[in-house]
Design a protein around this ligand. Structure first.
Ligand SMILES: NC(=O)c1ccc[n+]([C@@H]2O[C@H](COP(=O)([O-])OP(=O)(O)OC[C@H]3O[C@@H](n4cnc5c(N)ncnc54)[C@H](O)[C@@H]3O)[C@@H](O)[C@H]2O)c1
Ligand SMILES: N[C@@H](CCO)C(=O)O
Ligand code: NA
Length: 447
């Protein structure tokens, strides 16, 4: 286009997201050039197989299998291959050469974010990764820029679409965990290794990134406490519904004061109860949402598509336009920010409340014993409900009760320190009054 200088964009990877990014650059080149003040020229697309089918019609002459060479001549490198290597080495090479880098690679940023941010800062280049958390949803830039003058206290995210889809099916259609997982798999919602989704690894990577940005602190992914959804049962979902809650897999980043007065950060992922009136409870299907609490702004929620080729490409293009604008107007990239360097506190320091489902001996004195165990640990019950008794079933079946008759109790606690709650559950497990701890789930989202 006349009057505009060219900015050479090297695209690494041409899968679901990469093909859409290339398509948008080619289809909307004129409009993008007008917004940027320079023309984005795709200098090449690094692929593994030159002849593989693509999700968009793209000129074959753009493809190359030589990613290293492609990176060398680029002004901006867009990495959409995924995985740690060779993505990490290629990005380092690009940054060392002064190119700006845009990536959607959550696994890489979670594991090597500080190293890459340092490399970018050394040369005044820009490293951006809006698409790495919650896909299309603008959340990195709002945390980093729009809320830069506020004090963020907590971030609660539904940042894994496939597990949200599974839990939502169980809640809304009464699916068993196995059936919901099978449908999610058939629809292609799960990662190639579904463990990444259902055991919470993907959400933990995103929690690391959210916590690091929100609290200006390096939060290693290994420091994120993590539980997945594989132990969530249809019975738990039913009990939650009955009590006015929904179960969501949450990635939580929170400012905390530990019991010894230390100010720190907690990053954690687990399935938790959320009140059905909470905005996060209305996040259905494979959608994502991030709920942010900040001192001045109050409560904010960012909602939308956490995955999908063109949806994720939207976030990549936003970063690409921002990097390109910087080439036009000059100035260094936005540096990483880890100046607060807060300690990462263990999950035991978190304040939360538990809902515990117990199978107990159905005999006098049991409730008093359980109340005693709670109070010994400084935990108080907010509500206790006896939901089921096996006595009627045994009699109806005419079977002599070989096992002692039992009842199911659901106890909701008031807020307490996680360590005290966990110790309470252990003591309950060991008590003669309790025949089984059926399930334990935390309650989140209260102010
Ligand atoms: N798909 C989504 O909805 C989504 C959402 C958010 C973030 N992301 C992230 O975006 C990135 C890309 O995801 P995707 O869904 O497009 O993956 P994909 O598997 O569809 O595409 C990746 C492509 O990169 C190619 N590739 C891998 N290694 C390569 C190499 N060494 N040289 C050349 N090509 C190579 C693969 O052959 C493949 O075509 C990942 O980091 C992913 O985590 C994806
Ligand atoms: N497996 C991820 C893809 C998007 O990062 C999800 O289910 O949300
Ligand atoms: Na995003």
């Amino acid at each position: 286009m006349n009057g505009y200088r060219d900015l050479r964009v090297a695209l690494l990877g041409c899968g679901s997201v990469g093909a859409q990014v290339a398509r948008i650059i080619l289809e909307h080149g004129d409009e993008l050039a007008a917004r940027i003040g320079a023309k984005l020229t795709l200098s090449g697309i690094a692929v593994r197989d030159l002849d593989a089918p693509r999700d968009a019609p793209l000129p074959r002459e753009l493809f190359t299998t030589d990613a290293e060479q492609l990176v060398l001549g680029a002004d901006i490198v867009v990495e959409l291959m995924g995985g740690v290597e060779p993505a990490r080495s290629l990005i380092l090479r690009a940054l060392e050469g002064g190119a700006d880098v845009v990536t959607a690679n959550k696994a890489l940023i979670a594991a090597h974010g500080p190293e890459l941010a340092d490399a970018a800062e050394q040369v005044g280049a820009q490293l951006s990764y809006e698409a790495a958390v919650a896909g299309a949803i603008p959340i990195i830039r709002p945390l980093r820029e729009s809320l830069a003058g506020d004090h963020i206290t907590r971030v609660l995210g539904i940042v894994n679409g496939s597990t949200n889809y599974i839990l939502d099916r169980m809640d809304r259609f009464g699916d068993s965990a196995e059936d919901a997982m099978r449908v999610a798999s058939e629809l292609g919602y799960l990662e190639a290794d579904p463990t990444l989704d259902v055991e919470g690894y993907d959400a933990a990577q995103k929690a690391t990134i959210l916590a690091s940005i929100a609290f200006h602190t390096e939060v290693p992914v290994d420091a994120v406490y993590r539980e997945g959804i594989t132990k969530v049962t249809a019975e738990q979902i039913e009990a939650a519904k009955h009590a006015g809650y929904v179960i969501k897999l949450l990635a939580i980043a929170e400012r905390l004061t530990a019991s010894d007065g230390t100010d720190g950060v907690s990053a954690r992922v687990y399935p938790a109860l959320i009140r059905r009136e909470h905005p996060l409870a209305a996040v259905h299907g494979g959608k994502n949402a991030v709920f942010v609490e900040a001192d001045a702004a109050g409560e904010l929620m960012f909602y939308g598509a956490g995955a999908g080729g063109s949806e994720t490409a939207s976030a990549v293009l936003g970063d690409l336009v921002s990097a390109a604008r910087r080439h036009v107007v000059g100035g260094p990239g936005i540096p990483g920010s880890a100046h607060a360097a807060l300690p990462i506190l263990p999950v035991g320091e978190v304040s939360t409340s538990y809902q515990v489902m117990l199978e107990v001996r159905d005999q006098p004195g049991v409730l008093a014993t359980i109340a005693g165990i709670l109070s010994e640990h400084g935990v108080s019950a907010a509500n206790v409900e006896q939901s089921v008794s096996t006595r009627g079933d045994d009699v109806a079946a005419g079977a002599p009760p070989e096992e002692p008759e039992t009842a199911t109790l659901v106890i909701g606690t008031h807020t307490a320190r996680e360590a005290d709650l966990a110790a309470t559950v252990e003591a309950l497990r060991e008590s003669d009054a309790v025949t089984a701890v059926v399930s334990v789930i935390r309650l989140e989202g209260n102010s």
